[in-house]
Design a protein around this ligand. Structure first.
Ligand code: UD1
Length: 339
């Protein structure tokens, strides 16, 4: 079955392309390369032994989608394509709403037009904000979003939920990602941050190769065991495989309409300091870091209750945090200081 993967040249998208292929699906990438690089396609080719099929287009355009849906028989869509920089989203709200919400609406309309029922939406643990209790379950409170980016994820979920609730022939799953890290173990694909990374692990690996002088730990006075923030770090290949599990669930679901939300994490929280220490052990070198101020918008601790996805989709994270850091480090060394 052909599966359209919007944003398939991105970090999570490219790893999901591998997982889909390994599960016997044929991924078709649509990506405008606005925040990704063509080298990802070569990496995918090296892993799979064949060129991935792709459209270098913007999935915000209904005509692009219609052309793909006419040319290829598509059984489902995994929708990764979106802007994701929290800070930028606060400066450029319309850019984020237009792209993240606009593309989802166009995609859903075109899917319904072509009788394509299955959609998996990239949501985020950011929808939980600062949780009242840990771990967070899918029923935990969703407070007003702290960022425009976070709001696009909340609204995106609601759009799919409401479309299904209206009885449209749509089978949808929103996956709430916790903190994806790591790379494919081959080191042919991985995270390719453009410019200075916002996220912790790419910043660590870039510091370790000398691309950045030092990591700043954003605050060590949080109400956590060691004072640094706690997150649920999940290997990107585990996250990729969760999409395959979700897709199979939708395909096998006989009712014409369904909407579900799942947390995708490991169920364990680790602090920023624990990540630094484990990275030092994995890489065999000291990491240059300093303690700095808190970053605006950061929550003290968040990690997932994963019982729903385990029970309903039969998926559970398989890889360790150490493997994730080893793979991230191997990938960074392959890139060298070029990225
Ligand atoms: C961030 C976004 C979240 C988004 C996710 C995508 C914010 C507030 N949240 O999550 O909305 O869905 O990325 O991957 O931007 N840290 C440092 N030094 C650094 C970088 C990070 O100490 O240079 C710390 C942060 O304070 C945080 C932890 O590392 O406690 C993880 O940060 P990050 O990788 O940016 O992820 P989140 O903030 O959890």
């Amino acid at each position: 079955m052909n599966i359209l993967v919007t944003g398939g040249a991105g970090f999570i998208g490219s790893h999901t392309v591998i997982a889909l292929s390994e599960a016997g699906f044929t991924p078709i990438i649509v990506d405008d390369f606005s925040n990704s690089n063509h080298v990802v396609l070569r990496g995918i080719e090296k892993i799979l032994g064949q060129k991935p099929r792709y459209y270098p287009d913007n999935c915000h355009d209904a005509e692009v989608l219609r052309r793909i849906f006419r040319e290829k028989e598509i059984g489902g869509v995994i929708h990764f394509a979106a802007f994701k920089a929290v800070g930028e989203s606060m400066r450029e709200p319309l850019k984020y709403y237009a792209n993240n919400i606009g593309s989802l609406i166009v995609l859903l309309e075109t899917m319904l037009e072509f009788d394509i029922p299955n959609i998996i939406f990239s949501s985020s643990a950011t929808v939980y904000g600062e949780p009242e209790t840990l771990p967070v379950t899918e029923d935990s409170r969703i407070p007003p979003a702290e960022s425009v980016y976070g709001n696009t994820k909340q609204i995106g979920e609601e759009i799919i939920r409401d479309t299904a609730a209206a009885g449209k022939p749509l089978k949808g799953i929103s996956l709430r990602y916790f903190n994806p890290i790591g790379a494919h173990p081959s080191a042919y694909i991985g995270e390719l941050p453009i410019g200075v990374p916002n996220n912790l692990v790419p910043f660590i690996t870039q510091t370790a190769v000398g691309l950045r002088p030092a990591l700043t730990v954003f605050g060590n006075n949080y109400p956590t065991p060691d004072g640094t923030c706690v997150r649920d770090f999940i290997h990107v290949m585990d996250l990729a495989e969760a999409h395959v599990a979700a897709l199979k669930y939708l395909i096998n679901h006989t009712a014409p309409t369904i909407y579900e939300v799942y947390n995708v994490g490991t169920g364990h929280g680790n602090s920023v300091m624990e990540i630094i220490q484990l990275f030092e052990a994995v890489s065999g070198q000291r990491l240059n870091y300093r303690i700095g101020e808190r970053r605006a918008g950061d929550v003290a601790a968040v990690y997932a209750d994963v019982s729903k996805i385990e029970q309903q989709l039969g998926w559970t994270a398989q890889r360790t945090l150490r493997e994730a850091l080893e793979d991230a480090w191997r990938w960074q060394q392959t890139l060298g200081i070029g990225n």
